[in-house]
Design a protein around this ligand. Sequence first.
Ligand SMILES: Cc1cc2nc3c(=O)[nH]c(=O)nc-3n(C[C@H](O)[C@H](O)[C@H](O)COP(=O)(O)OP(=O)(O)OC[C@H]3O[C@@H](n4cnc5c(N)ncnc54)[C@H](O)[C@@H]3O)c2cc1C
Length: 397
Amino acid sequence: MLSPSSDSPADDVIRALADVADLVVVPHTRLADLTTLRIGGRPRALVECRAAEAVTAAVGALDAAGVPVLVLGGGSNLVVAGGDLDLVVVAVRNREIDYRTVEAGGAEAGGAEAGDGDTGPGGIVVRAGAGLTWDELVADTVARGYGGLECLSGIPGSVGATPVQNVGAYGVEVAQVLHRVRWFDRATGTDEWVSPGALGLAYRTSVLKNADRAVVLEVEFRLDAAGRSEPIRYAELAGRLGVTPGERTDPAVVRRTVLELRRGKGMVLDDDDEDTWSAGSFFTNPVVREGDLPTVRSRVADRLGVEQAEQMPAFPAAAGGVKLSAGWLIERAGFSKGHPSSSSPARLSTKHTLALTNRGSATADDVIALAREVRDGVRQAFGVELHPEPVWVGCSI
Ligand SMILES: Cc1cc2nc3c(=O)[nH]c(=O)nc-3n(C[C@H](O)[C@H](O)[C@H](O)COP(=O)(O)OP(=O)(O)OC[C@H]3O[C@@H](n4cnc5c(N)ncnc54)[C@H](O)[C@@H]3O)c2cc1C
């Protein structure tokens, strides 16, 4: 790590950026104040960009000078090392929202560029600045009576980060409702609209995750103008709503119900609830080969009995794989809610074993030690490898 006060090419670029419109350079800052896990050291500077053009100017100039950049949205999917960080944080803060009606055949009224995605006749497309808070967008679409985003209510962070890990919850992923993305390609310096196909969207990943390939500037989503939710696929949500799985219903009721369910699991940010001081689910649900499933079940049976082994959740996944539940495996490996103790600075949420939380004084090392303990414990118990979901900056598990 270099000292942010030492002279570097970054200083010249940062000085020059101060003249760019819609851009503010904030010299002394800590990532602990900008991340939901509340850990992270001091970058060389924070550059806040309130327009897409300011983002491209900042990232373009820093890339040209070879200065390491951390593109920041809401900081809700980051684990950042402490100390002095040799990087400049570019915070994406453009927040505009614009709705367009889509005519039959997919042409957009209102002067938009031609769309690539199939919006169907009489649909609505919403375009949002990457820096807008995601849940503000969801709330706005639902308040206008449009369906599509309601199952993704309450996910922290920015609009621009949603395609980065193809965010998902309660049976819906961004990939299902994404129309187009405007990105700044950092290799070519091009500012362009791309279709979802260019993003390589898959379970909690895309070509943008853990890569410096492009910065998302704006995102368009397809909405249901008739006010129907996405089909309700998640059994727990369908049960709460009293609908048959696959049915569509009122987006406002779905949003309310999803927020209730999420709050119960500590998955809605709340300054007064330390169970939400996290990066959300810390591990993705592991996908194993179908042929390996009997071995996992027999390891579960050896440890917990045949009944538990039969009840272990397992769902079909892409490429013939089987998706297991990380939370279920963590609990059955012996890590209960709140592990290791109420006095530990980093501990599992008391509401949800999948969230690693900072109780106020945890460092990155505390979080990493807990993450390793859980990952290694699950591997030892069941032979299943857990992979972290957040992006790591200056540290790793
Ligand atoms: C309590 C809680 C609950 C959560 N629940 C869910 C959930 O249900 N489902 C889910 O999928 N996730 C969930 N998450 C994880 C997180 O909210 C999402 O991944 C979210 O999309 C991250 O957005 P962000 O703006 O905070 O990204 P950040 O944490 O700021 O950044 C994450 C990564 O995206 C990159 N990035 C950010 N903005 C851009 C941009 N404009 N262009 C290019 N790259 C960018 C960053 O460089 C970084 O690599 C949860 C997190 C918390 C704390």
